[in-house]
Write a protein that binds this ligand. Structure first.
Ligand SMILES: *Cc1c(COP(=O)(O)O)cnc(C)c1O
Length: 391
């Protein structure tokens, strides 16, 4: 059996005709920049996330970049973030001329640890930290209640890197659930094809409940022009293509169903692994089980995970990866190096001590979790993992 890490073909099949029709409509309209598909998607994402503004941009990276530009982040400034993320999280900070400063992760959720963040913020006596970027890694929100409390205490705005987490939710202290991206000053989504809501090329979106911030980002997205040809700010070309927007509007209608399938698949893995006794023997650690409805599942943790990735930590991780690939099972390491270990950072910051981040980079592995994955495929994956540890 062949089990790919992701199978976009099976997602495309039922939507193909509708997508071709809508893309044809955009082509025939001859309106190839901005226009009704982009504003339509912006309205729908704003509604989906319950935010005042949503601004379509060229990628998740550009959503983060334009957010930092809107905050006027520059040389001499620091941005507090996690070292265990995709490169873009740090790349945008450096491209603004600022420097990253890292807090370690919580070893269970892999998300930035508010206790370590508090230590970093407390040590920032000169108040050089000008923004915080928590990453909702793998589709699970970081501890936003604690993070927003730190944001308020130290008067530092939060930009959520929600690239992997559109539709993930987190409860406030009163138990009201909030969508990722809607809790900080702004949230940044990516429509890279492998994300839960993926386009047919690059795309991204910034959402915000601060109308002034939203307006500024909208202006910066188009070279800071307002009105046309008058530039009071320096922005860039960060626009979202209407062809991508048209595709994404079709896919958005299916997003909740896809999240639900991914969550079901995660449950299936959890029970298959539990039956295998590999967890008890300490060979594997699974993601924490997360439930939105706490009343229903007493073991629930406070998160609504959309499982962009299903991540286990494994003994002899690299050996297991070689084995799975030899058995036609797709798997990947997100990410083999921490951001503070990247060569391009050498000499730019002092080496931080981030033991949990480094340990995660050496032990995690992503298994196939896409919505169309069948339970037979999942049984095959788990069977092969059992075989690896038994032989
Ligand atoms: C995918 C991703 C990005 C970048 O998004 P692009 O659309 O590829 O530019 C940023 N941060 C994280 C955590 C991501 O996973």
């Amino acid at each position: 059996m062949k089990v790919p890490l992701l199978d976009l073909g099976s997602q495309l099949k039922p939507l193909r005709e509708e997508i071709i029709a809508t893309v044809t409509k955009v082509i025939d309209s001859t309106r190839y920049i901005q226009g009704p598909e982009v504003t339509g998607l912006e309205d729908e994402v704003a509604e989906y996330c319950d935010t005042k503004s949503a601004i379509g941009v060229s990628s998740g990276t550009d959503a983060l970049l334009v957010a930092l530009m809107a905050l006027d982040i520059g040389p001499g400034d620091y941005v507090l973030t996690t070292s265990y993320s995709f490169f873009a999280t740090m790349g945008v900070i450096l491209r603004c001329g600022a420097r990253p400063i890292f807090a370690d992760i919580d070893p269970v959720s892999f998300n930035i640890d508010p206790v370590d963040m508090a230590r970093v913020l407390e040590n920032d006596t000169e108040k050089n930290i000008k923004a915080i970027i928590p990453v909702h890694l793998y589709g699970q929100c970081a501890d936003m209640t604690a993070i927003m409390a730190l944001s308020e205490k130290y008067s530092v705005p939060v930009i959520e890197d929600a690239a992997q987490a559109i539709g993930a939710e987190y409860p406030d202290v009163k138990g009201n659930w909030h969508r990722s991206g809607s809790m900080g000053l702004a949230g940044c989504f990516s429509f890279f094809p492998s994300k839960n809501l993926g386009g047919m090329g690059d795309g991204g979106m910034l959402v915000s409940n601060d109308s002034n911030f939203g307006r500024l980002v909208r202006k910066l997205r188009n070279h800071g022009a307002e009105p046309k040809y008058y530039h009071s700010k320096i922005g860039g070309n960060f626009r979202l293509d209407p062809i991508q927007a048209a595709v994404l509007r079709i896919k958005l209608k299916h997003l909740e169903k896809w999240h639900a399938s991914r969550r079901e698949n995660a449950e299936t893995y959890n029970s298959l692994f539990a039956e295998s006794s590999l967890i008890m023997e300490g060979k594997l650690k699974l993601p924490i089980a997360v439930y939105k409805d706490l009343a229903e599942k007493s073991t629930g943790s406070n998160n609504y995970h959309i499982y962009n990735q299903y991540i286990i930590t494994a003994n002899n991780r690299d050996g297991l990866i070689d084995w799975l690939r030899s058995q036609d099972i797709g798997c990947e390491i997100y990410y083999p190096l921490c951001l503070h270990e990247q060569e391009c950072l050498e000499g730019l910051i002092e080496k931080p001590s981030l033991p949990h981040s480094e340990k995660a980079a050496r032990s995690t592995i992503a298994l196939p979790i896409y919505p169309e994955l069948t339970s037979e495929m999942q049984a095959y994956v788990v069977g092969k993992i059992v075989e690896f540890y038994r032989s």
